[in-house]
Design a protein around this ligand. Sequence first.
Ligand code: HSE
Length: 307
Amino acid sequence: MNKLKVFCPATIANVSCGFDVLGLALESVGDEMVVKKIDEPTIRISKITGQTLPLDTHKNVAGVAGLAFLEKSDYAGGFEIEIHKKIKPGSGIGSSAASSSAAVWAMNQLLNQPFTKTELVQFAMQGEKLASDVAHADNVAPAIYGGFTLVRSYQPLDIVPIPTPEQLYATVIHPQIEIKTADSRKILKTNITLANGIKQWGNVGGLIAGLFTSDYELIGRSLEDHIIEPIRSILIPGFDDVKKTVIKSGALGCGISGSGPSIFALSKGEKIAQIVAKSMATVYQTIGLDFDVHVSKICSTGIKSIS
Ligand code: HSE
């Protein structure tokens, strides 16, 4: 096999309470990428459609992740990458992670899987570092593993896959403004109070327990963020109204997707997730801000080859 076409899922990082440690992959939102073996020991980005992004390997997240892969690999050749973007950069649903993780996943497949998933996450994190100045793993881990993932530790990197309850659906709305992850990290405080820490790690534990036992109400009670959301939500027009209306519409919980501006909600069943999508849309129609809205199952496979 010399060439592979892959689906690269969008991802929701943080999932409210798990800043930089929790994430999930979406089934019906994502990019596509074609990766081909070449003889020269280099990474070449040959084409990008859908968005204007750099073709220069060193300035492109897929290029940088690919170089990290090549550096550790015994393979004497290189790869050519074609990227078809559907996820907008700066939307908060893991645009850079989709590209960097899909590149290294496809390369690994083309070489008969010399690297583990954790090693692939490490390479893809170099792309995140280029995009946001911080090598966070909470988008690339679910893209590569699928489902929900927990980054239990960064040093050493320890990724824990978490099961997804069968009827869990995500609704994501992207108000058409761009927030750069690097900028929305700069406004965060570096210290937290013990009182907020107690609430936050209670919720992380609760969410993980709820996902393991398919306890939808526990999942809902745990989707609370006492540390990041109060600061970042100020950057997102209509955030409080969206949150109030989706909870009234029956969502289990709601929060900022990654570093925003997208807002996500989790619901039990597709029917409620669709009602939630309509109620989110109403808020932005009233404000007069353009938006994209998606309803998706959780993607259990992560990145996958497509024909
Ligand atoms: N955990 C990262 C952040 C995710 O919130 O800054 C960015 O998508």
